[in-house]
Write a protein that binds this ligand. Structure first.
Ligand SMILES: Nc1ncnc2c1ncn2[C@@H]1O[C@H](COP(=O)(O)OP(=O)(O)OP(=O)(O)O)[C@@H](O)[C@H]1O
Ligand SMILES: [Mg+2]
Length: 537
């Protein structure tokens, strides 16, 4: 199959010449041409070319800046700069920006063919490498980016982003994890984690073209678990510093430094959040089971599609705050969504989550049922390495007893974590003590019902036996003895056998015991009547 090429040149003559040249090469086909940098990113998103031939005079955005943005956003696309001047300076500035090569323009068919062939080989290898990254992030030099967005405000986006990041950093020792607040004008990540830091994302945005590991290091805050946090703009006037270009460059720099990068994108579609959604390996869209949030899923996925950021099929929708009392249950919700949500949903656990909020630390959320769900979610998103978690089908399971799951493992056992474990053991004991009267009551009721069942069976059996004896013409006392013989001793005391010869019926009446076989009250009895059938002796 021919390799796809996009031509970006400043005028029609140049694009025409280049199109004609590429058209002469059998292995390459021109998928589109653009004459302005303004439409370049959008055309690349739509056409997904393997190679972009970019002329140095394309404007208005300076070409090195364009190359830097495109390579950060689309690592699987190769850019070749066409330059009239072929100096070492031009070459090194193009390569520094991320171009795959430089060609003197005007170029010969032979030079163009050689350069395109070499670049196409690189693209093939790069794309293979990137697709294996998506399946297995181990050993990759590119960290995994997960964008978490909300279908509307207040659905638990930040809660899930923070808890996924907390789990990722505490569950697997040695993993570097960074969480970024991209809910720029409304973010509260710093409050969630009790962080105040001198620098924020807008400081990185100001130097987005020159992001060194050191610059990133000074802008992030490191918590006691090792979680790195890049907080949102502290001042509203700095929000404008973080556009889509800056976001792409910052996220690309973070991915070079961290194994996992989680972005809290909030619930508004902004240039920054759309850029994160576009470049992310996985997008988690959080919704609650109510009409507004479910409609929000439609709105936000349509917006992403219109912007060319992502299609709905590549978005993972998760339901949060699900309770038995909700009008809309997960099964119904999935019918109201544009694509099926994940089988895993998060239960409504206001009290436990508030504990974490009030201490500004997810460690204080001590609900194993919650963490086991977050674990499954993390595995679905590739935040935990494969095999760390046994995936369940996520089907709703309401039970009397709270499900128990493994507590997320810590890199090392601190005194605090031991205290936490003791506190949990104490909590489990308290839960059992609280449940004990209910369990006892259920056992008593079961015992009583069983006792009455056995009594009724004995009375019926005795009546059968008495009717058989009476049918054989035995005397009334013998009939009574036959009936008493077939029941145990404890039952005989409360049992009375009557033979009604004229009516041809035997009646056995027995007292019904209360809790103990020999205890009964007047008026509570069971009667069994069996007709006498005369038999030949
Ligand atoms: N599963 C849940 N059960 C009960 N309460 C929840 C649940 N998930 C989140 N909450 C609560 O809902 C509130 C809002 O959560 P959060 O801040 O994470 O939402 P958000 O979508 O990030 O909101 P915003 O749009 O303001 O950024 C918090 O008090 C949080 O504890
Ligand atoms: Mg939030």
């Amino acid at each position: 199959m021919a390799h796809s090429v996009l031509i970006a040149a400043p005028d029609q003559t140049t694009t025409y010449e280049l199109r004609a040249l590429v058209g002469e090469l059998d292995d390459f086909t021109v998928v589109d041409v653009v004459e302005s940098s303004a439409t370049l990113a959008e055309t690349i998103a739509q056409r997904e070319p393997e190679i972009v031939l970019i002329h140095e005079q394309l404007g208005p955005t300076p070409v090195p800046q364009l190359i830097r943005e495109i390579t950060a956003r689309r690592p699987g696309v190769a850019l070749i700069l066409l330059s009239e001047e072929f100096s070492p300076e031009v070459f090194s500035s193009a390569m520094d920006a991320g171009a795959r090569g430089v060609l003197r323009y005007p170029t010969s068919l032979e030079d163009l063919g050689t350069r395109l062939t070499a670049t196409a080989e690189w693209v093939t290898q790069m794309r293979r490498h990137l697709s294996s990254d998506t399946n297995d992030n181990e050993g990759s030099t590119r960290g995994r980016l997960v964008a978490v967005a909300g279908a509307k405000g207040g659905v638990g986006t930040t809660t899930l982003a923070v808890h996924l990041a907390h789990l990722a950093v505490t569950r697997v020792a040695g993993r570097s994890v960074c969480i970024v607040d991209l809910n720029l004008d409304n973010g509260d990540l710093a409050d969630f984690l009790g962080i105040s830091h001198r620098l924020d994302i807008s400081d990185l945005a100001k130097v987005a073209d020159d992001l060194s590991a050191q610059t990133i290091g000074s802008a992030i805050h490191r918590g006691p678990t090792g979680l790195a946090t890049l907080v949102g703009p502290a001042r509203i006037e700095d929000v404008g510093e973080v556009g889509d270009r800056e976001t792409v460059l910052i996220l690309a720099a973070l991915r070079r430094q961290f194994d996992i990068v989680i972005a809290d994108c909030g619930s508004s579609v902004t240039p920054a959040s759309a850029a994160a959604v576009e470049t992310a390996d996985e997008v988690l869209l959080v919704a609650t089971p109510d009409v507004l949030a479910l409609r929000g899923v439609h709105h936000i996925t349509e917006s992403w599609k219109r912007l060319g950021a992502r299609t709905v099929e590549t978005v993972k929708v998760v339901l949060n705050d699900v309770s038995r009392d909700s009008d809309i249950q997960p099964d119904t919700a999935s019918r109201l969504l544009p694509s099926a949500p994940l089988g895993t949903w998060l239960p409504s656990l206001q009290k436990s989550l508030q504990h974490g909020l009030n201490h500004q630390d997810p460690e204080f959320v001590r609900a194993p049922a919650w963490w086991s769900k977050i674990e499954v979610l993390a595995a679905e998103l590739g935040v935990l390495p494969p095999g760390t978690v046994k995936l369940t089908d996520g089907a709703p399971r309401w039970s009397l007893m709270k499900p128990r799951a493994d507590k997320p493992r810590k890199p090392k056992k601190s005194r605090r974590s031991r205290k936490t474990a003791q506190a949990e053991a104490g909590q489990a004991t308290l839960e059992f003590v609280g449940m004990f009267p209910l369990i006892l009551l259920i056992l008593i009721v079961l015992w009583q019902v069983g006792l009455w069942g056995v009594s009724a069976a004995y009375a019926g059996h005795a009546a059968d036996e008495a009717a058989r004896a009476a049918g054989l013409g035995m005397a009334e006392s013998e009939v009574r003895d036959q009936a008493l013989d077939v029941v145990p001793g404890w039952f005989r005391g409360g049992m009375r056998v009557d033979v009604d010869a004229p009516d041809h019926v035997v009646t056995v009446r027995s007292n019904l015991p209360i809790l103990f076989p020999s205890v009964s009250i007047d008026g509570l009895h069971y009667t069994s009547e069996v007709p006498i059938i005369e038999e030949d002796q």
